[in-house]
Design a protein around this ligand. Structure first.
Ligand code: FES
Length: 144
C-alpha cells in the first residue's frame, strides 16, 4: 500500500501494531533498532523485527521515502545513506541495485536502496539518512 509521506503525523511513541504497513511486530526480546535521520535533521528511532526492509519500515512510520516501484528494485526513490559504521554489515548490493543506485540523486559511498536492505541482528542500531538531505551529508553527520 502506498502511503503519502505527507499524511499522518510523527510520534516517537507510535507502536508498530497500530500501523498498516508491511512490517512485523518484533517478538519480545528480539527487537532491533533503526534510526532515521530526516531531511530536517530530526532523528526517529523505532523497534523493528528482523527481516523487515527499510523501505517498508519508513513507510509504515510515514517517513518521507517514496518507494515508487513498490520495492522491486526498479527506481531509486528509496535511496538511503547508511551510517558508515554499519555499511559493511549489509550484504553487497547486486547488479540491479547498483544500476538503480547510479541513478540516485546525491549518491554517496554508503548509499543503498532501502527496499533492498533487510534488518538483521548485525544491523541492530543502524542509522540511515533519508535522501532529501543527501546533498550535504558527511560522515560527521552520524557522529553525534
Ligand atoms: Fe524502487 Fe526501492 S522502491 S528501488
Amino acid at each position: 500500500m502506498f502511503r503519502s509521506p505527507f499524511s499522518g503525523f510523527r510520534n516517537f511513541h507510535q507502536s508498530a501494531s497500530l500501523l498498516h504497513g508491511h512490517i512485523h511486530k518484533p517478538n519480545p526480546g528480539e527487537e532491533l533498532h533503526i534510526t532515521f535521520i530526516t531531511k530536517d535533521g530530526s532523528q526517529f528511532t523505532y523497534e523493528v523485527a528482523e527481516g523487515d526492509n527499510i523501505l517498508d519500515i519508513a513507510q509504515a512510520y510515514n517517513l518521507d521515502m517514496e518507494g515508487a516501484c513498490g520495492g522491486s528494485c526498479a527506481c531509486s526513490t528509496c535511496h538511503i545513506i547508511v551510517d558508515p559504521e554499519f555499511y559493511d554489515e549489509i550484504p553487497e548490493p547486486d547488479d540491479d541495485e547498483n544500476d538503480m543506485l547510479d541513478l540516485a540523486f546525491g549518491l554517496t559511498e554508503t548509499s543503498r536502496l532501502g527496499c533492498q536492505v533487510k534488518m538483521t541482528k548485525e544491523l541492530d542500531g543502524i542509522r540511515v539518512a533519508l535522501p532529501a538531505m543527501t546533498r550535504n551529508l558527511q560522515s560527521r553527520d552520524f557522529n553525534n
